[in-house]
Design a protein around this ligand. Structure first.
Ligand SMILES: *Cc1c(COP(=O)(O)O)cnc(C)c1O
Length: 385
């Protein structure tokens, strides 16, 4: 079970509490991979954009990758290093700014590349070192859930080999990018690489870099780092290319908590507890993925004497986080601590029902709990008109 000895008696709820020391530990694991292999590792900001941590994180990683203009700008302004971007399609009106901000632009199709090629060449003509890549789709992924599988039939992500061979004009292209994994170990990467190499390997030597995307669960306890490093070394040595990884989850895995308070208790066929945090607003992956987050000190239903169904304060009937059991009966005012709440939470928050956004706090390496940001009515109102 996760060790937790942070004093939460005086912190406001709901709040995200990110442990700087745990985050730095992840950074050191990632840096170890890049040090030993010479690969470059980027933070995929879509999973974790807590930019108050970027100065620390930027000591360990080569830069950031973005899914949009705004993420690219955040990475450039707050993280530094290399700024990469991939999007299924770019807007003409945003391209000038993207060209200014980014070092690597990955295009999702040959027609996207052709649409913006003149602009790219112009910027290169002014002496900017701008590298462009194409996202390929190897039509191989070991992902059961379709909404997380970029290789489902009819996927709009990446170009499949048959189209690549028809349309691919690699003049001006520096790299290939694939992203086909989700929370997976390096054995999946190894099998994926066999397919990618089989299909697209003939183009590798013409490239400066190959980007292996994200979904590598590198900082998980059972992750086989040695195998990852063999995969990286094999591709780099065989084809004389630079390998990039862009993990999101792995960067901030198991580094943060969502602290909440019990607002109300009731019974409607089962014991109910209503919290001041919402699955729909503050941890939407609980409903989307779906999954059941862990709570410090709680067990599975019936494992401990007192079982409750925990739900949020919204009007959504399905705003249920899950069923949990406790050693003692819950009381109004009790604080509960959800674990692994740094990733895909803050970045996905919304204010449905006018629910308050959780504050953002850190637990510093010095052992202090520090308020980074609190949200209020204006944050809710400012997104509406
Ligand atoms: C989502 C995504 C990532 C990060 O994925 P994680 O599963 O968070 O590691 C990296 N690259 C691309 C293109 C992505 O879409």
């Amino acid at each position: 079970m996760t060790k937790f000895n942070i004093d939460i008696s005086r912190i406001p709820t709901p709040c995200y509490l990110v442990d700087e020391g745990l985050l730095e530990r992840n950074m050191k694991i990632l840096q170890g991979v890049s040090d030993r292999t010479g690969c470059k590792i980027l933070l995929a900001q879509k999973a974790f954009s807590m930019f108050s941590m970027y100065p620390m994180m930027s000591n360990y990683l080569a830069g950031t990758t973005a899914s949009s203009l705004y993420e690219a700008r955040l990475g450039k302004e707050e993280f530094g290093g290399e700024t990469h971007i991939f999007a299924p399609a770019y807007k003409d009106s945003e391209m000038d700014e993207i060209l200014k901000l980014c070092d690597h632009i990955v295009f999702n199709s040959c027609s996207q590349w052709r649409r913006f090629q003149d602009k790219v060449e112009k910027v290169r003509g002014f002496g900017k070192k701008l590298e462009c890549g194409i996202r390929i789709n190897p039509e191989y992924a070991e992902i059961e859930t379709d909404i997380y599988n970029p290789c489902v039939t009819g996927s709009r992500l990446g170009i499949v080999l048959s189209d690549f061979e028809k349309e691919g004009d690699l003049q001006g292209i520096d790299g290939l990018h694939f992203h086909t994994m989700c929370e997976q170990n390096s054995d999946t990467l190894e099998r994926t690489l066999h397919v990618v190499e089989d299909k697209f390997g003939k183009y590798f030597s013409q490239m400066k870099w190959i980007n292996f995307g994200g979904g590598h669960h590198i900082t998980r306890a059972d992750y086989d780092i040695a195998r990852l490093e063999r995969c990286i070394a094999y591709i780099q040595n065989t084809y004389q290319v630079q390998v990039y990884l862009e993990p999101g989850e792995a960067a901030a895995l198991h580094t943060g908590y969502l602290v909440t308070e019990v607002l109300e208790l009731g019974r409607n066929g089962c014991n109910l507890a209503i919290l001041d945090t919402s699955a729909a607003c503050h941890m939407p992956d609980v409903l989307e993925m779906p999954y059941r987050p862990e709570i410090i000190g709680a067990g599975k239903p019936k494992e401990k004497p007192y079982t409750y169904r925990l739900g949020g304060p919204t009007c959504l009937a399905g705003d249920v986080i899950g069923d949990y059991s406790f050693d003692q009966p819950l009381k109004v005012g009790d604080k509960l601590v959800f674990t692994d709440m740094s990733i895909y939470t803050m970045v996905k928050n919304n204010t449905f029902n006018g629910i308050k956004l959780p504050a953002i706090l850190t637990h510093t390496k010095q052992g202090e709990t520090k308020m980074i940001r609190e949200f209020g009515y204006e944050d809710f109102k400012n997104r509406l008109s």
